[in-house]
Design a binder for this molecule. Structure first.
Ligand SMILES: Cc1cc2nc3c(=O)[nH]c(=O)nc-3n(C[C@H](O)[C@H](O)[C@H](O)COP(=O)(O)O)c2cc1C
Length: 357
């Protein structure tokens, strides 16, 4: 395969989303037609990224981008997931074969959506046309991974009131607060130099909210506000309002918590995201509750207080009962979709890190 095409396909891959724009990936060129996709452990938030789950979801998004871009450039990408049992950071070996028959797997417009896709944290409008809803109703899971979509006001209000709980708890927990604020890029200049981390302009604050957020970068300020006015709860309620403004709230449900399932669920998440972009809609994943719940399940309360861990766990279980999935299923994430204005800013990407083997 031509080197320039290979580099282009990798660049398309790295337009994938990742937790706090951590971009936890490295590529190796194994030969002209085969590349390795590696996870870089601990790049993403060490408290929320339980079992590297968030990073592996991002790798799923990289893989889907690579599949779509390969097809555009006349190749088919064959994926071998976790091919080396001795190296769990090797997420996939990807072999490119000429697409002799020119068969296309993906609908038109998904390729163009790879660079257009971004996280949209604005308010959305609730109304979606029947034809748009029917586009989303065509989405199917695979390998036991399910996608559930909620359009009805009552359901959306209920789910919103639960998925916002994690934001409240994050702002009440010193360690989580420090990680959140430690990764913020505060200006366009800082973001375009660093090219990773959470860019404050993408958080869509008005000037007053921006000022309060800036004050809250110091734990002593936010803990004062929490004591005086239950500030974290106010933020949670505001986020709940934003979430309930959506046309669709969706959930991705996985049958087991394994590396390969995380990656495949990431492919589905990215497919829905690209499809939303292609239809001109806004999209935001809302993952905190689910990763926090997984963390508490595996590692216990620390660093979250017992009381707040219970709020997360009860919220998660209430949601699970509400959507009536089997006991062995796990809700991986929620997301929201809707008609929205363009985002105020976009996050940058680092140059892909490609190592010649
Ligand atoms: C696993 C994962 C978890 C994420 N969780 C959230 C979240 O809870 N809330 C949110 O607003 N964005 C979330 N994001 C979006 C990232 O912050 C975003 O992808 C990253 O900052 C890059 O920006 P972009 O998507 O606009 O390119 C998540 C993304 C991934 C892949």
């Amino acid at each position: 395969m031509n080197n320039d095409i290979l580099k282009k396909i990798i660049e398309y891959g790295t337009q994938a989303p990742s937790g706090d724009n951590s971009q936890p990936w490295v590529f190796t060129i194994i030969n002209d037609d085969i590349i390795g996709l590696y996870n870089v452990p601990c790049r993403d938030n060490p408290i929320l990224n339980v079992h590297e789950g968030g990073s592996l979801v991002s790798h799923g998004a990289v893989i889907l981008n690579i599949r779509i871009a390969s097809e555009y450039f006349g190749y088919k990408a064959d994926i071998s997931y976790f091919p080396d049992i001795l190296d769990e950071n090797l997420v996939a070996k990807i072999t490119f074969n000429k697409n002799e028959k020119g068969l296309s797997t993906y609908e038109e417009g998904l390729f163009d959506s790879i660079y257009k896709r971004c996280t949209n944290r604005k308010h959305y409008s609730k109304d979606l046309s029947v034809s748009i809803k029917s586009e989303f109703d065509k989405i199917d899971g695979f390998d036991g991974i399910k996608v559930k979509l909620f359009y009805n006001e009552k359901d959306k209000n209920f789910i919103s009131s639960i998925i916002c709980l994690s934001e409240e708890i994050i702002l009440k927990t010193k360690e989580l607060h420090n990680l959140l604020f430690g990764d913020v890029a505060w200006s366009k200049k800082e973001e375009s130099t660093k090219k990773h981390g959470l860019y404050v302009k993408t958080l869509e604050f008005n000037p007053v909210q921006f000022f309060v957020f800036w004050l809250c970068r110091k734990w002593k300020n936010i803990s004062f506000l929490n004591k005086k006015i239950n500030f974290a709860h106010i933020v949670g309620e505001q986020n709940s309002d934003i979430y309930r403004s959506s046309g669709i709230i969706g959930l991705i449900i996985i049958p087991d918590v394994t590396n390969i399932t995380y990656v495949k669920a990431g492919e589905i998440l990215q497919y829905i995201w690209l499809k939303s972009t292609n239809l001109g809609l806004g999209f935001q994943p809302v993952t905190g509750l689910f990763f926090l719940n997984e963390r508490i399940k595996i590692f216990g309360n620390d660093p979250i207080s017992r009381e707040n861990s219970k709020i997360i766990n009860d919220g998660y279980n209430t949601l699970k009962d509400f959507i009536r999935v089997s006991d062995t299923d796990t809700i991986l994430t929620s997301f929201r979709i809707g008609v929205s204005k363009k985002t105020s800013a976009r996050s940058s990407r680092l140059e892909p890190n490609i190592i010649l083997k």
